[in-house]
Write a protein that binds this ligand. Structure first.
Ligand code: ATP
Ligand code: MG
Length: 566
């Protein structure tokens, strides 16, 4: 498995596809051309697995001065929608994919595909079959047994042409007939056992409307679409390796341009489901708030959560490609996220669970503007001022009335540093009837402004704060993994994926207090809340009601685990 701890020590991952392209350029196999494509089916939103494919296809094209097309494989009108098309276009663009004017649809090729089907019928290589889908499946045989030939296999070419034309004309009911390739019912490769090329489906297509009532199967459309677009390197995931002989068969029988298919491993991530079908179920059953819920591994969910395209691209590059499927640690993705956010995020102070602090010896009504560094990683980000006053909020977690041994933050009699502020010492606590501490009292040392004592005395901890009078309120949404087990797809007999859902994947904090500079944060703005993590303003956020998502906590949970196991 790829873990963040490997990162510094292992060499850059292999990219055997790059080597193939390099060799092809050297031998001038495609006249110096590199033409790739990203071929999503518009039946759901893109996820982080698709990002790997996008990064590969667009990345390799850019690296070798080639081009990458965006092509929708829209051959299944019953599951496809324009909403998905629109979201996919937005997501590929956001990830940095540039297809120029080469946005294509397999449905643009329906007429050509029909003509090619007719060509195969004429050559005696395809026939109309009257078996039902179930019967075709039953007669297909198994890995150890050959399939049975269809009783309709030897229909005359004339009859096939006539029936296929009438299929197109809408004379037959859904499922009544199919067009099948005439290959070999005894082939060890099940995909070559007279696969279905066309089926009857009286369904409205999001682009071609009601023009067609027969639709090509994905396997018949895909290779030919690649051929039409003169794809040089048709890069896809390993499960299509067994389909390659079929794609090859079609283009060879048709005598058309032959693209080269290269397979790589699908991305799998721990604690994550990467299947549009399963993600759709989560959306439909209301386990998440839509495809772009920040807990979803969709590109739109990651974006809403605060991920950057750069973090995702760096992750994809690091994951590389191989010829065997494996599972990558979610922590690796978060590693690249933190690494990128650390460089670009402005720092700010925010208190998620406020505890009131009154500084008794601080002058009533006085406000000081303390200078704070915007980003220690980027001097050009400059500084800002943060107001300091007599009543502040600190994090409830940063105070313990009865501190354990290793606890160095605020407690009665203890002195700590307020970041960019003063040293304060806790002098007393106020409790409610239930005995809960609701306010603490402190004194401050005016000589420690900015955070250092002229007499050189040290404090063991620095905590963050916001001025009560100046704070802006916010809702903050804290996320944990959507699934509580490493492999959410491992489901006990008779149950479904939802048994593995993490009931605590979302925690909403209602009354967080933020420093006033965050009052104008626009949706999408990213910050590091000091000591807490990286946060991003949600699209729900508005000036009168700020809403922030925690993109990722600051501390690398990995570093912790590592320490424990050392
Ligand atoms: P899903 O199983 O999630 O529905 P899919 O493969 O059916 O995915 P497509 O829309 O057909 O989804 O995929 C478009 C491209 O993205 C294909 O080339 C596919 O191989 C690739 N792809 C899909 N999932 C992954 C993944 N997890 N890792 C890498 N590439 C992927
Ligand atoms: Mg697919």
């Amino acid at each position: 498995m790829n873990t963040p701890t490997d990162i510094e020590t292992t060499p850059a991952p292999s990219n055997f596809i790059r080597e193939i392209i390099r060799d092809d350029l050297e031998t001038n196999k495609y006249g110096g051309r590199v033409q790739t494509r990203f071929p999503p089916e518009p039946n759901g939103y893109l996820h982080i697995g698709h990002a790997k494919s996008i990064n590969l296809n667009f990345g390799l094209a850019a690296e070798f001065g080639g081009q990458c097309n965006l092509r929708f494989d829209d051959t299944n009108p019953s599951k496809e929608e324009t909403e998905y098309v629109d979201s996919i276009i937005a997501d590929v663009r956001w990830l940095g994919g540039d297809w120029g004017d080469r946005l294509f649809y397999a449905s643009d090729y329906f007429e050509q595909l029909y003509q090619w089907a007719v060509q195969l019928i004429r050559a005696g290589k395809a026939y109309v079959c009257d078996l039902s889908g179930d019967e075709v499946r039953r007669q297909r045989g198994t890995l150890t047994e050959p399939g049975q030939e269809s009783p309709y296999r030897n229909r005359s070419i004339e009859e096939n042409l006539n029936l296929f034309e009438r299929m197109r004309a809408g004379e037959f009911a859904d499922g009544a007939r199919t067009l099948r390739a005439k290959i070999d019912m005894a082939s060890p490769n099940l995909n070559l056992r007279d696969p279905i090329m066309y089926r009857i489906l009286h369904a409205h297509h999001h682009r071609t409307g009601d023009k067609w009532c027969i639709y090509p199967m994905y396997d018949f459309a895909h290779g030919e679409s690649d051929s039409i677009e003169k794809i040089t390197h048709s890069i896809c995931t390993l499960e299509f390796e067994d389909h390659r002989p079929l794609y090859d068969w079609y283009v060879e029988q048709l005598g058309i341009y032959h693209p080269q298919q290269i397979e790589f491993d699908r991305l799998n991530l721990t604690y994550t489901v990467l299947s549009k079908r399963k993600l759709l179920t989560l959306v439909q059953q209301g386990h998440v708030n839509g495809w772009d819920d920040p807990r979803m591994p969709t590109v739109s969910g990651l974006r809403r959560r605060g991920y950057t395209p750069e973090a995702i691209r760096n992750f994809c590059r690091r994951v590389g490609v191989s010829k065997t499927n494996g599972t990558t640690e979610l922590g690796l993705l978060e590693y690249f996220l933190r690494e990128d956010l650390n460089k670009r995020s402005l720092r700010a102070m925010a208190v998620l669970r406020p505890l009131r602090v009154v500084i008794d010896n601080y002058p009533d009504g006085q406000v000081e503007q303390m200078e704070a560094i915007n980003n220690p990683e980027d001097a050009s980000a400059g500084t800002r001022t943060v107001p300091f006053s007599k009543v502040l909020y600190i994090e409830q977690d940063d105070f313990r009335e009865d501190p354990p041994k290793q606890y160095f933050r605020l407690s009665p009699g203890r002195e700590v540093r307020l970041r960019y502020g003063y040293f304060i010492t806790c002098t007393g606590v106020v409790k409610d009837e239930a005995g809960q501490v609701v306010e603490i009292h402190c004194s401050y040392d005016p000589a420690t402004r900015g955070g250092n004592a002229p007499d050189g005395r040290k404090v063991k901890s620095t905590i963050h704060w916001v001025s009560a009078e100046h704070a802006v309120d916010a809702e903050v949404r804290l996320y944990d993994n959507l699934f509580k087990v490493e492999d959410p797809n491992a489901v006990p007999e008779g149950q479904d994926l939802t048994v593995n859902l993490n009931p605590n994947s979302l925690e909403v904090v209602q009354n967080a207090k933020l420093e006033p500079s965050l009052g104008g944060a626009l949706p999408g703005a990213r910050y590091q809340f000091e000591r807490l993590g990286y946060f991003s303003a949600d699209p729900d956020s508005a000036p009168e009601k700020l809403v922030f998502n925690r993109t990722v906590a600051l501390r690398d949970t990995w570093a912790k685990i590592e320490k424990k196991t050392k």
